[in-house]
Design a protein around this ligand. Structure first.
Ligand code: ADP
Ligand code: MG
Length: 314
């Protein structure tokens, strides 16, 4: 049964840092409202998490969105906010570290653990009739171009986005590497490989990650043995779903940051990607017939995961 609202927005408020911040923010976790510091209006969200919330509690509220992954339903989870607001902390863990204690684990490792644990439960007792395979893909979008962070060629050559993604196709980005993962540890290894490639492309990793979108995808392929009318095996029926875990570029306001030259080009590209994402989600939310996926690399890469039966959490 599909009864959840297809697009939901959660706000997580990071602990206050008295060294860096002067203003405080007013919010209510009971009414799920946050007061805008600029307009002093309260805005309502699907959920507001206060600074004391743990990584585990965040995931409790994210996990229901994964519920239909074994039934062909795609999910996308975006982390959106300014640099230093806690996007990477929430998605991956403290300071983007890859060796994490179970308590520190962010949404990505918890999603992986959730998927593998559900596969174990589902496969129990029906090993020969149901088979699962999980594959990971890790892409980066920088200046409107898509890079494969798992390519063993090591070359930073941009990938082409397919003009029209083939119906039922799993990859809409041509040539993107997919790595078969068997457990949460192998997911962490894939994240480490991709992060290393991301870091070698830049002199300052924090700066680079605030200017590019990182899209980590887990594909879940489920193959169910089909029987003919006499009960004989008639091959497998295959369903593929994906969970996209997206750490977006920083949403800071370009007009106020006095960017110039290459920095300005980056900023314009980030903002048009975020603006286009806003438009696509707006059109989907209102049920409009035309959804402008094609206008940015970010929305094109995620196209088959945002509309249709997909669910999105911000
Ligand atoms: P972003 O990815 O949005 O730029 P980070 O996730 O890197 O921001 O967070 C900035 C800093 O604040 C990091 O040192 C991170 O560990 C810390 N931080 C963010 N959110 C939390 C939180 N909920 N609890 C404790 N520390 C946090
Ligand atoms: Mg970050």
């Amino acid at each position: 049964a599909f009864s959840m609202q297809a697009i939901q927005t959660f706000v997580r408020i990071r602990p206050w840092d008295p060294d860096k911040e002067t203003a405080s923010l007013s919010f209510s976790i009971d009414t799920n409202e946050v007061e805008s510091p600029e307009t002093e209006n309260s805005l309502g969200y699907d959920r507001v998490f206060g600074p004391d919330i743990t990584q585990a509690e965040v995931f409790v509220h994210v996990a229901p969105f994964l519920g239909d992954i074994f039934n062909g339903c795609n999910t996308t989870i975006f982390a959106y906010g300014q640099t230093n607001s806690g996007k990477t902390h929430t998605m991956l863990g403290p300071s983007g570290k890859l060796t994490l204690s179970p308590l520190q684990m962010g949404i990505i490792p918890r999603c992986a653990r959730w998927i593998f644990s559900n596969i174990n439960d589902l496969a129990k007792g029906c090993e020969s009739d149901v088979q699962f395979q999980v594959r990971a893909c890790f892409l980066e979008i920088y200046n409107g171009r898509v890079f494969d962070l798992l390519s063993n060629k090591g070359a930073r050559t941009p990938l082409k986005i397919r003009a029209e993604s083939a119906a039922g196709g799993t990859i809409d980005v041509q040539g993107a590497t997919e790595i078969v993962v068997e457990a949460t540890d192998s997911v962490m290894n894939v994240l480490a490989t991709g992060s290393k490639q991301r870091a070698t492309a830049s002199t300052d990793m924090n700066l680079h990650s605030s200017r590019s979108h990182a899209i980590f995808t887990l594909y879940v392929e489920k193959r169910v043995r089909e029987a003919d009318s006499k009960g004989n095996s008639a091959g497998f029926k295959c369903h593929i779903s994906r969970v996209n875990l997206v750490d977006l570029a920083g949403s800071e306001d370009v007009s106020r940051s006095h960017a110039a030259g290459a920095r300005l080009k980056e900023a314009v590209s980030i903002n048009s990607g975020l603006l286009q994402l806003h438009r696509v989600l707006g059109a989907l939310g209102k049920g409009e017939a035309h959804v402008p996926y094609r206008d940015s690399a970010l929305t094109r890469v995620l196209q088959d995961s945002l509309g249709g039966s997909a669910r999105t959490v911000f």
